[in-house]
Design a protein. Structure first.
Length: 420
């Protein structure tokens, strides 16, 4: 996941220092006092500079008034100083004021003004502005949705070294969402973001090392990457840590105690599969996780290659057999979302490649004495919950046909015994 625009409003410490090359006189001295929480002295130093037209000082005084540091909080005065700095094209001020117009903080919410300010800041290589501008184009904020523009701004921010943008760009390449599916580029940008300790990127790259998807399977490396996001509360990272310790191998020794610890934490964080794994662990019946089932499919994919279909189809038996086994472990009284049912496995390969997710199952069933392949998504405790999730499926699973809510036991009855 990614930092929101609203949360970015409060990420102000030293932002303005990015622009101090434009500052003159004693601005940097004032910045040192600000960093040491001596806001009164900072104000005394910046006030004459701001009056002389120093944009960095104007922006910084705006921050003091906006947050009530060293002065009484005054949104009107803050806006006055922000606008003064914006008139002089200070990118930090353009970004900050853009966030305010987006969120309606101290000003009337105005998405078009927010967009215009983000464009100005982004064109001057303000990294957060580039990332938020990409999000604006992706979500259609202040303008129509424009995926190509969003991708270009994600690329620009990523190339400039902004971790959240690198993670977003990697996700686009790995899922084929609004960008050509490209596993190699996806792994590259995940690695770049993970190097900056972006927890979402570390979680996702750890997942790839766990599966051996686009990288050599290495559970020791996966463990290294997953530890930080797991400690930060990622239920998926916690669950995968449990899987690694429960199964052992690929550089890691089994450790039932650690497996129990991480499955328990994953359960507490809301992971639906964790309780099942705890039960299996207690009974000594840990099986291969369903998160492994798609590794061979995606790792064999090469964007634009004519050989892809042949390689994917060769894994038909392994994929549907493991998915059938895992699906049979689900609660029969729960519900799932049936995406599509086809006669040939190859007909749903594209969707499988695009959306690699532990909640996605490719089942082989028998209906009227004929084999079919069914693509399903999720394990939901109620029809209402399944229906709600069917309206916000991952992009790769949003097909022209309407999804169908089915009780899990209905599909279980169709799974042939000889497919396991």
């Amino acid at each position: 996941m990614k930092p929101s625009v609203v949360r970015s409003v409060f990420f102000v410490l030293l932002i303005y220092l990015l622009d101090t090359a434009q500052a003159a006189g004693n601005y940097n001295t004032g910045a040192l006092y600000f960093a040491n929480a001596d806001y009164n002295t900072a104000m005394q130093i910046w006030a004459p500079l701001a009056k002389e037209g120093n944009p960095a000082a104007q922006y910084s005084i705006g921050l003091l008034y906006d947050q009530g540091k060293g002065v009484k909080q005054d949104p009107v005065m803050a806006l006055k100083y922000f606008k003064a700095a914006v008139k002089q094209n200070l990118p930090a001020a353009e970004y900050y004021l853009g966030v305010k117009y987006y969120a309606g903080l101290g000003v009337k919410k105005d998405y078009q003004k927010a967009l215009g300010l983000m464009v100005r800041a982004a064109q001057q290589d303000h990294l957060q502005a580039q990332f938020q501008l990409a999000m604006f184009y992706e979500q259609g904020i202040g303008t129509q949705k424009n995926s190509p523009q969003a991708t270009q701004w994600f690329i620009r921010a990523a190339e400039n070294g902004f971790g959240p943008a690198q993670h977003s760009l990697a996700t686009r390449y790995l899922t084929g969402h609004d960008a050509a599916l490209n596993l190699e580029k996806g792994v590259f940008w995940l690695q770049k973001a993970a190097e900056q300790n972006d927890p979402d990127a570390m979680r996702d790259l750890g997942f790839l090392y766990y599966q051996g998807m686009g990288v050599t399977k290495d559970w020791n490396r996966a463990q290294e990457l997953l530890t930080y996001p797991a400690e930060e509360g990622s239920s998926l990272a916690q669950f995968l840590m449990g899987e690694i310790y429960a199964q052992g191998g690929f550089g890691v020794r089994k450790n039932r105690y650690q497996a129990k610890v991480w499955f328990s934490r994953a359960k507490h964080s809301g992971n639906r599969n964790a309780q099942q794994r705890l039960t299996q662990l207690a009974a000594g019946k840990i099986k291969i996780s369903s998160t492994k089932t798609r590794a061979a499919v995606l790792s064999s994919h090469s964007s634009g290659s004519k050989k892809t279909a042949t390689k994917v189809s060769s894994s038909t038996t392994d994929t549907q057999t493991e998915d059938n086994r895992q699906f049979l472990l689900l609660d029969s009284n729960h519900y799932t979302i049936q995406i599509i049912q086809v006669r040939k496995f190859q007909s749903i390969n594209y969707s499988i490649i695009q959306h690699k997710d532990p909640q996605t199952y490719v089942l082989k069933i028998i209906r009227n004495n004929k084999p079919f392949y069914v693509l399903t998504y999720g394990d939901f405790a109620s029809y209402k919950e399944a229906k709600k999730n069917s309206e916000k499926l991952p992009g790769a699973l949003q097909l022209s046909s309407s999804p169908w809510i089915r009780k899990i036991k209905q599909l279980k009855a169709l799974v042939p015994a000889d497919s396991l």
